[in-house]
Design a binder for this molecule. Structure first.
Ligand SMILES: NC(=O)c1ccc[n+]([C@@H]2O[C@H](COP(=O)([O-])OP(=O)(O)OC[C@H]3O[C@@H](n4cnc5c(N)ncnc54)[C@H](O)[C@@H]3O)[C@@H](O)[C@H]2O)c1
Ligand SMILES: [Zn+2]
Length: 368
């Protein structure tokens, strides 16, 4: 339904379940052309532009203006920035606002923002009227390389991250690396953690390449960034195509996330998602090394790549061990309360569903 846009690398993702197919379009400067692209495909549909207040100010108003000038009926739905918005309360408020203002089955949600906006707007689109279309326009590195593709949407529950959600694929994803120029440095580094995760889990050559270029990557260098984003999206797309519902292989993308999610929640969301993932990657690699699964050399190498990206690799001492252990037991990946891990054997070679004896977890938590 959404037209192929010329002159940009388009990754076509086809998901096996009921014939869903969508394009992920990546190109510097693409954002400015979105009104005409969307007008061609969705002129008569009412549009709900969901974004957070930071992104609204930077990009949302101009997109709203562009779509309105193109003749489309657009309503802006604004949420507060931050992980706190991935909540039942925010999702409910969005449902209410959209129902009051005449959302219908043909309405289109545009999720313009980082992973928080993508997850909550996607969840609202998945659940309203049993599902309406959503287009993802990711504006953080993390959302561009990871969360906007793959169809996982959801909100947090007080008992843990991402515990309430759905699979709801976007109709299209539009990625413009230029939007990253305004991203705070800390958010940029957080996105690099997911890039390093994807490479470590799936692609030895890309991982070796990243090792060399990570220190030089920055927000303003679109020329260097675009191929990195494209590679990461292609890898994720290949995994999702193979295993849309995460019955098996897709779990490799959870590398670093068992400890990562627990640490993120235990920090009271003071850590950025990518920072928590970096800590999780390094901590899980150290545990894998102690269990004899990964070499000490590879574990050290992964930690040094993360450090060279400016990311943390140790669980901060301020985080209580008991809070991390509690988080581990409610993790989605746990099996009757026993956390399960994706463990690296070597770059691009993972074991899935590994149970880690408590002694190894206790040792990692003690050594800080
Ligand atoms: N669904 C998935 O498959 C998936 C995968 C990975 C992560 N996630 C989720 O993504 C979330 C994290 O996403 P995130 O790191 O993008 O955080 P975020 O959405 O909170 O964005 C980070 C901050 O950057 C601001 N911002 C966004 N774009 C900007 C820009 N271009 N310029 C300046 N500021 C900008 C936002 O307002 C926010 O303050 C977590 O909740 C995580 O669980 C989901
Ligand atoms: Zn993640």
């Amino acid at each position: 339904v959404y037209p192929h846009v010329s002159k940009m690398p388009t990754i076509n993702i086809s998901i096996a379940s009921p014939g869903h197919r969508y394009g992920v379009h990546i190109e510097s400067g693409l954002f400015g052309r979105l009104p005409s692209i969307l007008y061609r495909s969705a002129a008569r549909r009412t549009v709900w532009l969901v974004t957070d207040s930071n992104v609204l100010r930077l990009y949302g108003r101009s997109l709203q203006h562009g779509l309105t000038v193109a003749g489309m009926d657009v309503t802006v739905v604004e949420i507060s920035p931050g992980e706190g918005s991935k909540s039942w309360k925010t999702a409910h408020a969005l449902h209410t606002q959209m129902l009051r203002h005449g959302v219908d089955r043909k309405s289109l949600v545009i999720a313009l923002g980082g992973g928080v906006v993508g997850d909550v707007a996607g969840f609202v689109a998945a659940t309203l009227l049993r599902g309406i279309d959503v287009i993802q326009v990711p504006t953080t590195l993390l959302a561009q390389v990871d969360s906007s593709t793959g169809g996982k949407v959801g909100i947090n529950h007080p008992l843990g991250k991402n515990l309430v959600g759905a699979f709801h694929h976007p109709s299209a994803v539009y990625i413009d690396p230029e939007l990253l120029r305004t991203l705070p440095a800390r958010e940029f580094r957080s996105g690099l953690a997911e890039v390093i995760k994807t490479a470590a889990a799936l692609d030895r050559r890309f991982f070796a390449h990243l090792t060399r270029i990570v220190p030089r990557l920055n927000r303003t260098n679109d020329a260097a960034l675009a191929p990195v984003i494209t590679r990461a999206v292609r890898l994720k797309a290949a995994v999702v195509e193979h295993d849309e519902r995460e019955t098996d292989f897709r779990k490799v993308l959870n590398l670093g996330h068992t400890i990562g999610h627990a640490v993120e929640a235990a920090s009271g969301f003071q850590l950025r998602h990518g920072e928590a993932v970096a800590i999780g990657l390094a901590a899980e690699a150290r545990i894998a090394a102690r269990m004899g699964i990964l070499s000490l050399r590879d574990a050290g190498h992964l930690a040094s790549v993360l450090s060279s990206a400016g990311l943390p690799t140790r669980i901060p001492r301020s985080i209580k061990a008991a809070a991390v252990l509690r988080g581990l037991s409610v993790d989605k990946k746990s099996d009757r309360g026993t956390p399960r891990f994706v463990m690296l054997r070597r770059p691009a070679d993972c074991l899935i569903g590994v149970a880690v004896p408590t002694a190894f977890l206790a040792e990692e938590l003690a050594r800080r």
